[in-house]
Design a protein around this ligand. Structure first.
Ligand code: ADP
Ligand code: MG
Length: 327
């Protein structure tokens, strides 16, 4: 229990992007087919996430903002294996409401009444019936107003927005069947269609030039089926000067792993100009017992039991996709 508490307190809310991450995960967990994220001043002034998911009754939403509300976790063993559902700490909403002024408006699917709940610094200040559509809107304002030390660590609006954009982009890429949109200061940054195609999601997120340069990767390794690798990578001439556009997902979850980045780059061999990086959106699927997901979800790290097998599978997959294009 202490471990869970520590993870919850220290790890959930670091910056606006962590609020966005938790709220989007909740929306996806709620089975939403549409998730709209809107932030002001990089999220430092406000974060709003709206979904058309299953919604909550009045008593459910009251429970949701309390401490330790989840039923999904019973002991630390669950944490270690807890990669099935996205949320598994049952603390995110509580922690967010403890360091902000938050309003939740929610109505269950098919329900008659909606509820509006306000929380300030962890205290519920108002609960009332509200006319609202089915689904949930969570609006977080004045983040860290009561924890000035945290607030001081916030970077510029541009930097905070970059983090938000990165988070929402990864969820959009990982969930092509959900329409996910992002607005910054009332301007649309992107909006995916949610029709299930990775190609159209990339078009929405990265634009036409990148989308048209993408090459399909679809590879079941012949020898030992250790990892299947699929997705899209860009033509070696469509690059950027940062590694940021190398997105890798393991069993559907966004992860960063040096071995994945390196094996993609190795597959291009000498075809990339120096200090240039391709776009890649790659899904690596392995048996659950072949990976070790770090227990700190924010870190998004993963360790592979057989790293060199994963390296070979990814490199081979990307190489053969490039080869098929005569590259
Ligand atoms: P966890 O996701 O780990 O259970 P959270 O603190 O993120 O913990 O959320 C607490 C609970 O509130 C969830 O388990 C869920 O029942 C409910 N909840 C939160 N957000 C939503 C949402 N957008 N739609 C429906 N239910 C939600
Ligand atoms: Mg959650």
């Amino acid at each position: 229990d202490r471990t869970i508490r520590q993870i919850a307190a220290g790890e959930v809310v670091e910056r606006p992007a962590s609020v966005v991450k938790e709220l989007v995960e909740n929306s996806l967990d709620a089975g939403a087919s549409r998730v709209s994220v809107a932030v002001d001043a990089g999220g430092t002034e406000g974060v709003r996430v709206r979904d058309d998911g299953r919604g909550m009754t009045e008593s459910e939403v009251q429970l949701a903002v309390e401490e330790h509300t989840t039923s999904k976790i019973t002991d630390i063993g669950d944490l270690e294996s807890g990669v099935g559902t996205l949320g598994f700490r049952g603390e995110a909403l509580h922690t967010i409401t403890a360091v902000s002024r938050t309003t939740v408006r929610t109505k269950p699917q098919g329900g008659e009444a909606g509820t509006e709940l306000r929380v300030e610094g962890g205290e519920v200040t108002d609960v009332r019936p509200a006319g609202c559509p089915e689904g949930t809107v969570v609006e977080v304002k004045d983040l860290f107003y009561n924890t000035p030390a945290r607030r001081k660590f916030l970077k510029t609006t541009a930097t905070e927005f970059d983090h938000v954009n990165t988070v929402v982009t990864h969820y959009a890429l990982a969930n092509p069947d959900v329409a996910i949109s992002l607005e910054h200061d009332d301007r649309e940054v992107f909006a995916t269609e949610g029709r299930g195609s990775l190609e159209s999601t990339i078009l929405s997120v990265y634009g036409r030039e990148v989308a048209e340069s993408m090459i399909r990767v679809d590879h079941e390794p012949e020898a030992e089926p250790i990892a299947s690798v699929s997705g899209l990578v860009s033509h070696p001439e469509t690059t950027r000067s940062t590694r940021e556009y190398l997105s890798t997902f393991v069993n559907g979850r966004y992860v960063t792993a040096r071995v994945l980045r390196e094996s993609v780059l190795d597959a291009y061999g000498g075809q990339l100009a120096s200090d240039r990086y391709p776009f890649a959106v790659l899904f690596v699927d392995l048996p659950a017992d072949a990976i070790d997901v770090n227990v700190h979800p924010r870190k998004m790290e993963v360790r592979f039991d057989d790293e060199s097998a994963v390296r070979d599978a990814v490199e081979e997959a990307v190489k053969s996709a490039l080869l098929e294009e005569g590259l």
